[in-house]
Design a protein around this ligand. Structure first.
Ligand code: CAA
Ligand code: FAD
Length: 384
């Protein structure tokens, strides 16, 4: 019997990558996080720092000028950026979400055209599945795409699009055959300069305020026929197969937020004195901290296991990735709420980062499928 112990530890390369991202995040991102939250402005300086270090889209294959980093590595990048600033972690996370449909199903020509500028740091990529009336029930979308000569012409509105207005490219799921249900949905790449494309106003949100969320509109938006992703009618499957790879990265974002809250809590517990001693001496708080660490580490292991599964192309990724996302986001919500409690009154103020982390954690239970939908996805696959 020769157990594969390598399964249970990160490679030296992964550990070096973590150290490098953490150094950059501590130096360039953490000091900006409170300001990014308060101003609700997209952090172009963080984008520049991530791009310079090649951490903005590590997953793009080498053939298109990327680093070709594996899924575990990309999760680590997102986790470490989120530990400092959840808004900033949506730069690598949504670059992966937006490009994944093209990586999974796009033609070679389309891959070359749209992945290369993302790898080079010249463009960002968003993902547009949701609509106002089609969120959890994504297949109920109304946005239409019609073939006209050498073009596809899009009409409709997508809602809640992360990094809209900042991204140059958008993967857009639209109905090409209204009589065919989910099999009548196709995926397209739209560029911000395409005629008839426009971005709506920014949503005013509870958290992740440095990442713009907007509607995007298509008004007779004509794009070249070559910008379809895969065959007509395969767009919904491509959209869901993408989420199999990226729900775990939202898990990584949640994990980073939880770790940030734990690190802040440890420092505060040692320094804050009540009843003549550090509050870290009180067993009531020690037990809270122990639970926070225990649950966060369990989330970490599930996320890395899901990422390793994605990398190996193993079956079962759908429920594994949904589990990683749902578990880690529930943990992040609990851990950040407990962190605010550990800080007492100070935790409720903007003088410390934990209230921001608590607000940022909430979205991880909602997007890339609410945790109810993710539990439904898990149960459906297990019962099948
Ligand atoms: N991979 C590939 N194909 C899949 C699949 C997967 N993981 N899951 C299902 N399919 C296929 C099915 O096999 C089916 O095809 P056949 O009919 O040929 O068998 C087809 O897709 C339709 O599947 P369902 O019948 O299961 O579809 P449904 O309408 O019941 O809905 C759902 C499924 C799971 C509820 C889905 O709509 C869903 O995941 N909803 C949540 C939406 C979501 O996650 N949105 C995220 C938006 S992105 C975001 O939020 C951004 C951000 O984080 C920054
Ligand atoms: P609804 O579907 O209206 O859900 C309302 C409630 O009903 C929820 O609690 C839900 O869990 C529950 N519910 C619904 N159906 C069921 C069911 N069958 N069983 C049990 N409970 C159910 N989308 C994109 O495409 N691209 C993006 O970049 C993107 N970014 C986002 C960024 C932010 C900040 C936000 C808020 C959303 C973003 N979304 C994005 C959309 C997000 O994926 C949806 O909000 C999410 O999928 C839920 O859809 P909904 O808001 O319409 O909620």
């Amino acid at each position: 019997f020769d157990p594969d112990f390598a399964t249970y530890r990160l490679t030296d390369e992964h550990q070096m990558l973590r150290a490098a991202v953490r150094e950059l995040a501590d130096d360039k991102i953490a000091p900006r996080a409170a300001e990014i939250d308060q101003s609700s402005e997209f952090p172009y300086d963080v984008l520049e720092a991530l791009t310079k270090a090649d951490f903005h889209a590590t997953h793009i294959p080498v053939a298109y000028g990327g680093l070709g980093a594996d899924s575990v590595a990309t999760a680590i990048v997102i986790e470490e950026v989120a530990r400092a600033c959840a808004s900033s972690s949506l730069i690598p996370a949504v670059n992966k979400l937006g490009t994944m449909p093209v990586i999974l199903s796009g033609s070679e020509e389309l891959k070359k055209e749209v992945l290369t500028p993302v790898a080079a740091g010249e463009a960002m990529f968003s993902y547009a599945l949701s609509e106002r009336e089609a969120g959890s029930d994504a297949a109920a979308m109304r946005t239409r795409a019609v073939a006209e000569g050498d073009s596809w012409v899009l009409n409709g509105t997508k809602a809640w699009i992360t990094n809209a207005g900042v991204s140059s490219y958008y993967t857009v799921m639209a109905v090409t055959d209204p009589s065919a249900g989910a099999k009548g949905i196709s995926a397209f790449v739209v560029h911000k300069d395409d005629p008839g494309f426009s971005v709506g106003s920014k949503e005013r949100k509870l958290g992740i305020k440095g990442s713009p969320t907007c509607e995007i509109h298509f008004d007779n938006c004509a794009i070249p026929a070559s910008r379809i992703v895969g065959e007509p009618g395969t767009g919904f499957k491509t959209a869901l197969a993408t989420l199999d790879h990226t729900r775990l990265t939202i898990g990584a974002q949640a994990l980073g937020i939880a770790q940030g809250a734990i690190d802040a809590s440890i420092a505060y517990m040692k320094q804050r004195q009540q009843f003549g001693r550090p509050i870290a001496d009180f067993q009531g708080l020690q037990f809270m901290l122990a639970d926070m660490v225990m649950q966060t580490e369990a989330a970490r292991q599930l996320i890395y296991a899901a990422a390793a599964k994605a990398e190996r192309g193993e079956p079962g990724l759908t429920w594994y990735s949904a589990s990683a996302k749902a578990f880690a986001s529930d943990v992040a919500m609990k851990v950040t709420t407990d962190a605010v409690q550990l800080f007492g009154g100070a935790g409720y103020t903007q003088d410390f980062p934990v209230e921001r982390m608590m607000r940022d954690a909430k979205i991880t239970q909602i997007y890339e499928g609410t945790n109810q939908i993710n539990r439904m996805v898990i149960a459906r696959q297990i019962l099948k």
